[in-house]
Design a protein around this ligand. Sequence first.
Ligand code: SER
Length: 326
Amino acid sequence: MTHNNTKILVTGAGGQIGSALTPMLRTRFGAGDVIASDIRDDISPALRDSGPYLKLDVTQPDDIRRTLEEHRIDIIYHMSAILSAKGESQPQLAWTVNMNGTFNILEAARNAGVRRVFVPSSIAAFGPETPREDTPQETILRPKTMYGVTKVAGELLCDYYVLRYGLDVRGCRYPGIISHETLPGGGTTDYAVEIFYAAVKYQEFTCFLKPDTMLPMMYMPDCLKATCELMEADFDRLQHHSDFNISSMSFTPEELAAEIRIHIPEFKIEYEPDSRQQIAESWPRSIDDSAAREEWDWKPDFNLATMTEDMLRVLGERHTRGALGY
Ligand code: SER
C-alpha cells in the first residue's frame, strides 16, 4: 500500500529537545503524521494530546521494527539519550541506551526502508586533547566521558550506514541547548537553563560550574532551525553526514549572570563547582562551524543578549500566571 504523507517518528520526544521539536514538526507536517515516542510515562499532556504518542524503549529492536512497520515511517529523529553527567553515574546504562539504541534505530531504519534518519552528536565528542578555541571540524576525538564515547562511536556508526548501506543519516554536534519547554536532565550544560528559572523565581542561583567556565551554547529556536535545515539539505552537497560542528554563542556563568542582571538587577549567583566542572573543562570553549555553513548554509539567529531577553520574557510571563513549574 502506498501513502502520500511523510510519516515521522521522534524518539525521546519527552526530552528537552524532543518536546520542542515534536510540536514544530507537527505544525509543519501535520499532527497526525508525527508520532512522538518516549520510554517515560510522564509525558506532558501537550505532547500526548496534540498527536499520536507511543511508549518506545529504543533498546528493544523488535519494538522499533514493529513501530516502523505499523506506522510506515519515512523519517526518524532519534533524540533519546543519556547525557554526560548522568552517564558518569551510570556508564553502563549510557552505553546501552546511546549505543545500542542508535544501532537498533539504524538497523530497523535500513530494513524498513526509512528514507532519512537524524541522530544528534554533541560537543561531548571532543576531549581534553582537542584544541578548545574554535574547535575544528576535523580534530582529535578522545572524549573522557561515557556520553562522549557513545557520541564519537555513534557518529562513526552513522557514517558507516551512509557509506555501506546508502542510508541517509544526518547529525550535528549540538552545543549546550537553552530552552523553556522542558528542563534538561543529567547534562553538564544544564546550569545555563536552570539559571533562568531560578532568576525569575528566586533572583538567586547556585552554579555547579566555576564562574569562568566557557562553553558553546545555543538557543532552542536555532537548535530546531539547524536540525530542520540539515534534514532538508541537498544530499549531494553534503561532504559530512553525522558530525557537523554547529555554533551560535559561547559564554561563561559569570557572563550569563551579568546579562541576566541587565533585566533583573537584584539577581545573585554563587558558585559550588562539582564533578561536572571536570567534564566542562574537557570540552571546547568555542566551535568552528564552517563546514555546516558551506555545506548547508547554517547560520544562527540568536546571541547571548537576544536569547537572554527572550528566555526571561517567556519564563517571566509563565511565572506571573503561576505556571513556571520550577
Ligand atoms: N548538553 C549535553 C550535556 O551537557 C552536551 O551535549 O551533557
